[in-house]
Write a protein that binds this ligand. Structure first.
Ligand code: SF4
Ligand code: SF4
Length: 92
């Protein structure tokens, strides 16, 4: 078996991401949802990097949009956004 050097481990770790919607379809039970203010969003993709469900998608305009069918409303994206461009809104 090939020996994995620590540096390689660090490099490979971020490449392990969940499939979109690993928690299943969430639209029926989610209680809050993230809403992106596109005027504030700079397209830095930090939210994409941290989303545990891989449900943040890059748009053609260099911004992001949420896949509400699978987003579970955890709020991680809103917490990590350095520009406060994501607000968690109660489902109505
Ligand atoms: S972290 Fe904030 S500014 Fe960066 S892409 Fe996501 S919503 Fe946009
Ligand atoms: S609330 Fe944000 S971080 Fe959590 S699953 Fe939805 S898009 Fe991803």
């Amino acid at each position: 078996m090939a020996r994995i050097e620590p540096a390689e481990t660090l490099f490979l770790a971020p490449l392990s991401r969940p499939a979109p919607g690993s928690a299943g379809r969430t639209g029926t039970w989610r209680v809050v949802k993230p809403v992106v203010d596109l005027d504030k969003c700079t397209g830095c993709m930090l939210c994409w990097l941290y989303c545990p469900e891989n449900t943040i998608l890059k748009t053609g305009e260099g911004k992001v949009r949420i896949d509400y069918e699978y987003c579970k409303g955890c709020g991680v994206c809103a917490n990590v956004c350095p520009f406060h461009a994501i607000e968690m809104v109660v489902e109505g």
